[in-house]
Design a protein around this ligand. Structure first.
Ligand code: 5GP
Ligand code: ZN
Length: 114
């Protein structure tokens, strides 16, 4: 998708600090980290929001959570605990319109989120 910043990251038109990549997904450090570990895990396929995903995306979306699990373990926060966040839509605070999972960890998290 032409004007999508995350598609540009996928296509290496914009640099990012890549943590993991495979044929379906990409993970990179968030530019504005909210925790010692703050990594974004995205599908390479452009899907605007979770709301706009469909049943054919089931396996892909499941894959993202498995990638998050593996990265959490690699970053040493697997057993300590980590948080996955998927903001969908304006009221949730979504600001980039390409589905992404936030993997957050390395500090004690509070609840409820703001
Ligand atoms: P959202 O608010 O949509 O859930 O999260 C978007 C995230 O993308 C934010 O945490 C923001 O810091 C991050 N972000 C926005 N633009 C860029 C960028 O160009 N590079 C990287 N690495 N992260 C970005
Ligand atoms: Zn995109």
């Amino acid at each position: 998708m032409e004007d999508c910043i995350f598609c540009k990251i996928v296509n290496k038109q914009i640099p990012s600090n890549i943590i993991y990549e495979d044929d379906k997904s990409l993970a990179f450090n968030d530019i504005n980290p909210q925790a010692p570990v703050h990594i974004l895990i995205i599908p390479k396929k452009h899907i605007r929001t979770l709301l706009e995903s469909d049943d054919t995306d089931k396996e892909l979306l499941g894959h993202l959570t498995q990638v998050a699990r593996d990265i959490a373990n690699e970053k040493g926060i697997g057993t300590k605990g980590f948080r996955l966040v998927l903001n969908s839509g304006l009221e949730a605070g979504q600001s980039v319109w390409h589905i992404h999972l936030h993997l957050l960890g390395g500090r004690k998290m509070s609840w409820p989120p703001g």
